[in-house]
Write a protein that binds this ligand. Structure first.
Ligand code: KIV
Ligand code: ZN
Length: 528
């Protein structure tokens, strides 16, 4: 690969094209910790339609009345995307799926039946012939009720290839337009997947069918296996936002899509996804499920475009292509600052200060670099607001002016309230209360009111430090205030207190910086 072409932005090819089948609301949502209510499902479905997914699997209508209603509502709302409902090869399931899809502009029934010897013997108690007949009868029944039918051979990657080809040929003849070969247990390797798809394409004599991959991530190979399937001719990939799904999850949609885009010359196929919406879709899912996206998650993690090492930062500042294979804007991340840390050099510090409006002469830079290095000895990440504080001659780790005198929070059935009493170093006291969807939102609102400092929360992560009864919760949050991004973190054995302290650390930094600017608009050491 020519490194100069690495930061490429190829147009999205119309054909040949891989269809993106999103199963966030079915395979993703059924995983523990990712449950969503009807309203949340609808919001996600709308964001997936805007993203440009070809098929959206909205649920399994026979599983519950809630699933049925969610599929029906999504089917009625979406106008572009094909809405799909899952069904076992049983008439009750098929009829319920068809009913749920009734109002859909484009609907698809997705049938599944295990084909592997292990599942035939231990799960279904069926012979090969019974599996074949059941699959064919179900496809014929579904085809009578819905224009589009997909058939999935559950545990396909552990099925005898010749039997799988036989089943696929028979269901295609019965009217299935998409033949999905799932690696249900995440067991296969990319070479095996490629071999199987090559074999199926040769052995299934159906002209217009689309072969589809559906890979689980038990060995961390879901995306690699999906791409191997595409390389061998699959033209639909089933995947989920942030890779959520059963056990270790499904192939991550954003990773599959960006691999096909960044390596377009290699794969020779595109998708219809508007990649600039990937980050927002990932954030929406994370917010609604209250599950943080790991910082190092490919494409959508907070570190995905952050360069910390001095050598990397220097390279990126000279030519982005040295260490960047795609642009943050391509996935919808508008302006990613270089995160400075202990590996960052003088050059990166100068550039970042300049980007923040603090041009420095050599002597000032020397002094600031000394203070910057001292700060990195205490902290792993240095954010823009820390640099602004340094440039203004402030101590980024200073406390106050606000501190907590008292706080209280309570939650009940999906709503929460919080009250705070804050002390200002000038002797004032401020007390406020607020409600919110959860204790974090309620606490944020109460502190905003008490301090008069509005904040828009953009990221919130909680993690345990230590184990057992001694564990503390660390709250890390990112918020916007008047167009600027601020970071706060704090730890406590009470997570609401950790959150309040983290919010207050942001409010205090904003207050200190504003006071410093008022006192000395052009302080020594910084030409703002
Ligand atoms: O993993 C799997 O086999 C499935 C099928 C229902 C497609 O999710
Ligand atoms: Zn699955």
């Amino acid at each position: 690969m020519n490194p100069d072409t690495a930061v490429s932005n190829p147009p999205q090819a119309e054909e040949p094209r891989v269809r993106i089948f999103d199963t966030t609301l079915r395979d993703g949502e059924q995983a523990p910790g990712f449950a969503l209510d009807r309203h949340a499902k609808l919001r996600i479905a709308q964001s997936l339609e805007a993203l440009g997914v070809d098929v959206l699997e909205a649920g399994f209508p026979q599983a519950s009345d809630e699933d049925f209603s969610a599929v029906r509502e999504i089917a009625r709302q979406l106008r572009q995307t094909t809405v799909c409902a899952l069904a076992r090869c049983q008439s009750g399931d098929i009829e319920r799926a068809a009913q749920a899809l009734d109002g859909a502009r484009r609907g698809r029934i997705h049938l599944f039946l295990s084909t592997s010897p292990l599942h035939r013997e231990h799960k279904l108690g069926m012979s090969r012939a019974q599996v074949l007949d059941t699959a064919v009868a179900a496809v014929a029944r579904a085809r009578g009720l819905c224009h589009e039918v997909e058939f999935s051979a559950e545990d396909a990657l552990r099925t005898e290839p010749e039997f799988l080809a036989e089943v696929f040929a028979a269901v295609a003849a019965a009217g299935a337009g998409t033949l999905n070969a799932p690696d249900t247990v995440g067991y296969a390797t990319p070479a095996e997947v490629a071999t199987l798809f090559g074999y199926l394409r040769e052995r299934v004599p159906a002209e217009d069918v689309v072969f589809s991959a559906h890979c689980h991530d038990d060995l961390g190979l879901a995306v690699a296996n999906s791409l191997a399937a595409v390389g061998a001719g699959a033209r639909q990939v089933e995947c989920t936002i942030n890779g959520i799904g059963e056990r270790a999850g499904n192939a991550a949609l954003e990773e599959v899509v960006m691999a096909l885009r960044v390596r377009a010359p290699y794969y020779g196929v595109g998708t219809r996804i508007d990649t600039r919406r990937l980050h927002a879709a990932s954030q929406l899912l994370s917010t609604l499920t209250r599950q943080p996206v790991p910082r190092n998650k490919a494409i959508v993690g907070a570190n995905a475009f952050a360069h910390e090492s001095g050598i990397h930062q220097h390279g990126v500042l000279r030519h982005r292509g040295t260490y960047e294979i795609m642009r943050p804007q391509d996935v919808g991340v508008a302006d990613v600052p270089l995160v400075l840390g202990r590996h960052s050099g003088r050059h990166a510090l100068r550039q970042r200060l300049a980007a923040l409006g603090h041009a420095t002469d050599e002597a000032t830079l020397d002094a600031l670099f000394e203070r910057f290095k001292a700060l990195t000895a205490r902290r792993s990440e240095i954010h823009d607001e820390d640099l602004a504080a340094l440039a203004l001659g402030l101590d980024p780790d200073a406390q106050g002016p606000w501190s907590i005198a008292q706080l209280h929070s309570a939650s009940h059935l999906g709503s929460a309230s919080a009250s705070v009493r804050l002390a200002h170093e000038d002797g004032r006291m401020a007390a406020e209360a607020a409600i919110g969807e959860g204790p974090v939102e309620a606490m944020l609102r109460a502190i905003e009111r008490a301090t008069g400092c509005p904040l828009e929360l953009t990221d919130f992560q909680l993690r345990a430090i230590g184990e057992g009864g001694d564990a503390e919760g660390e709250a890390r949050l990112t918020a916007r205030h008047e167009g600027r991004v601020w970071h706060g973190s704090a730890a406590s054995n009470d997570i609401v207190e950790a959150t309040a302290l983290a919010v207050l650390s942001i409010v205090n930094r904003i207050a200190r910086e504003a006071a410093a600017r008022r006192a000395a608009p052009a302080p020594q050491g910084a030409i703002a």
